[in-house]
Design a protein around this ligand. Structure first.
Ligand SMILES: *Cc1c(COP(=O)(O)O)cnc(C)c1O
Length: 460
């Protein structure tokens, strides 16, 4: 039998009611939140596409795991189940559990980075870069130029630019580069994958120079899916096989389990070298917890072990996950809405500069579009533009990033195709009268990571 279209590989057993608010209620809620979707109450939101982090729905098997989680302080059965799951699915022998991804990034940065070191990466992630710099390192972006171009249709926009990497090695010397941080399905580039060939080549260059390759494998599953779909030689491999091959070109990985792994909290650092793992565990007890729980409860580890196996048990899960994101993206493309292409693995990114050309960049078009979409429809997204980019430390001016975007991130297994239809219709309707959206100005601007807590008012 040929497969026609995909459907969700599950049926729904428990539901959480959501309420459609009135426009008047949303106008009030937006004003109260200073036109910042991070400051809104979830009760006031209809379809919540703020983030796909920690918002996944667990399966009945994962929920059952919560009941039998072993809460022993030391040597929990659930810890050993997690060790086995990570070894089977990612292929790493040494597991260091943490409370979430940034805990793993902290430990890794502290054991490997010395003052004055350089840490290349294929674009940055906010917390990853923070911990590298906090440990005394300097982050160097070595992603290909196409990643910064919203119109490029490159199938692997997450690729490492091997020339940029080689140039850095030539310039500062390999002994100043403890490791390269290679992110799978690059979040800040819009959920864009790197190819297996590129990862393999990166690994070869690094081995030749004695530089470790540490994956940010937070979204390795979604990357594996794109490799299967787009890279020659991988069409007949399962995502489980591709996952193992991805990890084989690395010395370890940090993972935020709030994404691929289908749980609401958790993370880990995985390593091959037992000596590095020993050093990591020595720090772990000070910052996270004992080496057999890190920052997680026994039940968290049990649900996580099950989530890790579940995500690769068949290809149907990731097919439906990425398929739903593509479904929303394609509906918007068909209606002529300018979005980042190719559609990424975890969300759809609206090009706010193209949609609201009448709003100057210093009046925050993406922030204004995010607020307007909420007011008109109750759909909550987030700004990824000048507000997120912050100010230049030297000049005090705004950073003006090339990409001025509204991100609609799709939680895993939470919403249906009908929610995607309503979301697409909401965006399309807003675009029928874009001139009704006005720019914003700050009424409160925090010193750092300002997008989380900034407040705004409309410019009349
Ligand atoms: C979310 C995320 C992190 C940070 O993980 P937390 O669990 O939020 O601490 C790191 N890297 C990537 C790519 C992420 O998406």
């Amino acid at each position: 039998m040929t497969r026609r279209s995909w459907a969700e590989p599950y049926k729904i057993k428990v539901v959480e009611p959501i309420r459609i608010t009135t426009r008047e209620e949303r106008v009030a809620a937006a004003r109260q939140a200073g036109y910042n979707t991070f400051l809104m109450r979830s009760e006031d939101v209809y379809i919540d596409l703020l983030t796909d982090s920690g918002t996944s729905a667990m399966s009945d098997y994962q929920w059952a795991g919560l009941m039998i989680g072993d809460e022993a302080y030391a040597g929990s059965k659930s810890f050993y189940n997690l060790v086995a799951a990570v070894r089977d699915v990612y292929g790493y022998e040494e597991l260091v559990p943490t409370h979430q991804g940034r805990g793993a990034e902290h430990i890794l940065s502290q054991i490997l980075i010395e003052d004055g070191d350089y840490v290349p990466g294929n674009m940055y992630f906010t917390t990853t870069r923070f911990h590298q710099e906090h440990a005394g390192g300097t982050f160097v972006d070595v992603i290909i130029d196409e990643a910064h171009d919203p119109t490029s249709l490159h199938p692997f926009k997450g690729n490492v630019d091997l020339d940029k990497l080689q140039r850095l090695i030539d310039d500062v010397g390999a002994d100043k580069i403890p490791y390269i941080s290679v992110e799978t399905n690059v979040n800040m580039a819009g959920g864009q994958p790197l190819s297996m060939a590129n990862l393999r080549a990166t690994y070869e260059i690094c081995r030749r120079h004695g530089i470790l390759v540490m994956l940010d494998a937070t979204r390795a599953l979604e990357n594996a899916w794109f490799i299967q779909q787009r890279e020659t030689g991988y069409h007949d491999k399962s995502v489980a096989e591709i996952m193992l091959e991805i990890c084989s070109y690395s010395d370890g990985a940090t993972v935020s389990s709030k994404k691929d792994n289908l749980v609401n909290i958790g993370g880990f650092l995985a390593l091959r070298d037992p000596e590095l793992a020993r050093q990591a565990r020595a720090l772990l007890v000070a910052f996270e917890g004992l080496h057999t729980y890190g920052g997680m409860s026994g039940r968290d580890m049990e649900a996580l072990a099950r989530g890790i196996r579940e995500m690769v048990a068949t290809d149907d899960h990731v097919h439906a996950r990425v398929g739903q994101v593509e479904y929303l993206g394609n509906a918007l493309i068909k209606a002529g809405v300018p979005i980042i292409r190719p559609v990424g693995g975890h969300g759809v990114f609206l090009d706010a500069k193209a949609i609201l050309p009448h709003i100057p960049h210093d009046q925050f078009p993406a922030q204004a579009l995010t607020a307007a979409l909420y007011i008109e429809s109750g759909v909550r997204g987030m700004e990824r533009g000048v507000v997120s980019a912050g100010r230049d430390k030297e000049t005090g001016d705004h950073h003006y990033p090339k990409l001025e975007l509204v991100r609609l991130a799709i939680p895993r297994r939470v919403y249906t195709q009908a929610h995607m239809d309503v979301t697409a219709e909401s965006v399309i309707e807003l675009l029928e009268h874009p001139e009704s959206v006005t720019g914003l100005r700050f009424t409160y601007e925090p010193e750092s990571l300002r997008f989380f807590q900034a407040r705004f008012e409309p410019i009349a």
